[in-house]
Design a protein around this ligand. Structure first.
Ligand code: B12
Length: 213
């Protein structure tokens, strides 16, 4: 693991909002790719924060701060990504499920899908199934990406999958899930079409669906 990426992890874990931009810039100067920074620096740093929260060292305010530290760094990373040919592979409706307000992972997925040729319709966080269905009807989108981090809220995934089925759209609309509390097994249980562990996998999955749409 590159030392600079460990410094990014540490800055996030220690909530050093004044240091993060400088460190990310140093990574970019050293030709570390935006994807490496996201996966090995930022995501790993947030995992460490999560552990401190679990063991009672950190409180909710610290989670909020960790989110702010990451938000500080993201625009810098975004400017390094090639904008590509936006929209040509189709529309992806992206949302964090109802009852869940975690947005960092969803935003990273949206950013990577955008630079990889998808038109992203980001509905934000805590999004009910009805809103997703209304957006499918309005936009004609054939892809939905759902982010879920709270185990207690996974039922919201089922609400979306069931609504798609009830609307008779199961064959036309693919629902892909991701986020820390999801898994291949959960995908099966919820009846979703695919599960992606990382934002890079999200791109691979939607590319695959788009090629066969
Ligand atoms: C930051 C954070 C917060 C911040 C979020 C700020 C923000 N603006 O988003 C705030 C303060 C809001 C927060 C609140 C809470 N949190 Co919180 N939070 C976290 C933390 C530390 C990091 C989450 C994160 O951003 N990770 C980094 C991103 C990049 O990872 P990711 O989302 O998993 O996304 C990656 C992949 O999963 C994938 N992906 C994501 N979405 C999608 C979608 C698709 C379609 C695909 C294919 C892929 C994909 O791509 C991403 C990049 O590779 C985690 C710890 C952890 N280990 O995750 C806890 C954690 C998720 N939170 C937790 C909890 C309990 C809470 C609270 C209930 C705390 C409380 N007592 O109030 C509240 C919930 C509020 C609510 N209703 O949602 C628990 C959840 C436990 C569980 N399994 O249910 C965790 C795991 C901490 C812990 N270890 O206990 N939290």
């Amino acid at each position: 693991m590159k030392e600079l990426l460990v410094s990014v992890q540490q800055a996030i874990n220690e909530l050093l909002i004044d240091d993060i931009k400088g460190l990310v810039q140093k990574c970019l100067d050293e030709n570390i790719t935006p994807i490496e920074i996201i996966e090995q620096g930022i995501s790993k740093g947030l995992e460490l924060v999560g552990r401190q929260f679990e063991d009672g060292t950190y409180f909710l305010a610290d989670l909020v701060m960790a989110g702010e530290v990451v938000k500080e760094a993201m625009p810098l990373i975004e400017t390094q990504l090639d904008p590509g040919q936006a929209g040509k592979k189709g529309k992806v409706i992206l949302a964090t499920v109802e009852g869940d307000i975690h947005e960092i992972g969803k935003n990273i997925v949206g950013m990577l899908l955008g630079v990889n040729g998808f038109e992203v319709v980001d509905l934000g966080v805590n999004v009910p199934a009805e809103k997703i269905m209304a957006t499918i009807r309005e936009t004609g989108a054939r892809f939905v990406g759902l982010s879920a981090l709270l185990t207690t809220m996974v039922g919201s995934i089922k609400d979306v999958v069931d609504s798609v089925k009830e609307a008779g759209l199961k064959d036309n609309v693919k629902v892909v899930i991701g986020g820390a509390c999801t898994s291949e097994q959960l995908k099966e249980e919820m009846g979703a079409d695919a599960y992606g562990e990382t934002a890079v996998q999200a791109v691979t999955i939607f590319n695959e669906f788009s090629a066969h749409a």
